[in-house]
Ligand binder design. Structure first.
Ligand code: FE2
Ligand code: FE2
Length: 401
């Protein structure tokens, strides 16, 4: 191979000249040379020092050489050693490089990167593909990223609230209930997010955007609750006990099932009820936006668990046992806050009159049927028999989430 020449013009090592020298050396083997041309007065001295530091050889040329060559860099044998022995952070089964088990040595390295050995070996608890993967994560993340909305601009906060005082108080009660449920829906994925091996970045991305969605939901429900200047309503011990069982669940699949398939699925029905029956357009707008996000959270958990259940025959019985255990743990608590139930009736009634309350009552009965049907449908999609789906759907917490 002929000697390559790198022309640095007036550029010195104090201005980044080594970048061009490295580029010229990149396709050279150890022992091959690159001639350096340049006008910077300190170039020979600086290059000699740099070459020593980098493990390259250096020979200074004749001053006043008419070709302008100030010297030659000879590629050293030790350079590029960091790349030798650096295995790629990919699986070898061809599915987009996704490995069945992520290696702890890969750490935070990008999937597909060459990983120099000898770094830290962080432990990510969720490091096995079949415990968390779904091919739908890419599309759901894209959908979520495109669907992010700004509460300040997409919701018209200027619409006047003209609800009768009893009805407005009911709205505040429901908002107070929603906020603590949204907090659970924020904290649970946030906790698992830090446990997912970065190799499964699409799963991290969906969880991260889900946390952002929930932060927005907390914001809009809080803002709606405060619209009329009333204090927030009661947070019951039973409601918080129900949510605590979600926070305490250590297993990712079980938590996704309890929170998203059972809880957020039920919430989709509740938000769609608010979308149709809330007494003011502001609350209806908020319900429309939050429901769209929730539907995506449910779809993500369903996609993961549908795949997981086909690979792990023990998953379904495990999920069923988790619902039973949660039911037992909560059977002595009060379930749904009575105030919330009554508030839903009043909210859907729109007025504190016998005829309106009757209408509100019927709508809440319909909501509960809709919630139970939804749960049974999702359970059936996960492969539970109709009888199992019926039992499990009925054992779900009375607190909705
Ligand atoms: Fe939410
Ligand atoms: Fe959610």
């Amino acid at each position: 191979m002929s000697t390559a020449v790198v022309d640095l013009g007036p550029l010195g090592l104090d201005g980044g000249a080594h970048v061009l020298v490295n580029l010229a050396l990149a396709d050279r083997s150890a022992g091959e040379r690159v001639a350096v041309r340049g006008e910077h007065p300190a170039l020979p001295v600086h290059l000699a020092a740099w070459c020593r530091q980098q493990g390259h050889g250096w020979r200074t040329g004749d001053p006043g050489d008419p070709s302008g060559v100030v010297g030659w860099v000879e590629r050293g044998a030790t350079t590029g050693a960091r790349w030798r022995g650096a295995a790629r952070a990919v699986g070898d089964d061809g599915s987009d490089g996704i490995a069945p088990a992520a290696v702890s040595e890969w750490g935070l390295a990008a999937r597909g990167a060459a990983v120099e050995p000898g770094g830290p070996t962080p432990r990510f608890r969720l490091d096995r593909r079949d415990d968390l993967w779904t091919d739908r994560a890419t599309a759901l993340y894209a959908q979520a990223a495109a669907g992010q909305w700004d509460p300040a601009t997409v919701i018209d906060w200027t619409v006047p609230i003209a609800n009768p005082p009893e009805v407005e108080a009911a709205v505040v009660t429901v908002m107070t209930f929603l906020i603590e449920n949204e907090e659970a829906a924020l904290v649970v994925p946030a906790r698992f997010l830090g446990q997912v091996h970065p190799h499964f970045r699409e799963i991290q991305q969906v969880l991260a955007v889900t946390v952002a969605d929930e932060a927005r939901h907390v914001e809009v429900f809080t803002r709606r609750a405060r619209c009329s200047g009333r204090p927030l309503a009661l947070s019951t011990a039973g409601g918080r006990a129900s949510l605590q069982t979600l926070l305490d669940e250590p297993d990712y699949a079980t938590a996704a099932f309890l929170l998203s398939v059972m809880g957020e699925g039920t919430f989709v029905s509740l938000l769609s009820f608010l979308e149709q029956h809330a007494p003011d357009p502001l609350t209806r707008q908020i319900a429309t936006r939050t429901r769209a996000d929730e539907a995506r959270h449910v779809a993500f958990a369903m996609a993961h668990l549908e795949r997981h259940a086909t690979l792990d025959p023990d998953l379904r019985p495990r999920l069923a046992r988790a619902v039973e255990a949660r039911h037992r743990a909560l059977q002595h608590t009060s379930g749904l806050n009575e105030d919330v139930f009554d508030a839903l009736v009043l909210l859907a009634a729109g007025a504190a009159t016998p005829g309106a309350v009757r209408r509100g009552w019927d709508r809440v009965q319909e909501l509960q049927r809709d919630m139970a049907d939804g749960r049974r449908g999702r359970l059936a999609r996960l492969g539970f028999s109709m009888a199992e789906a019926e039992t499990i759907a009925d054992l779900h917490t009375r607190n909705f989430m």
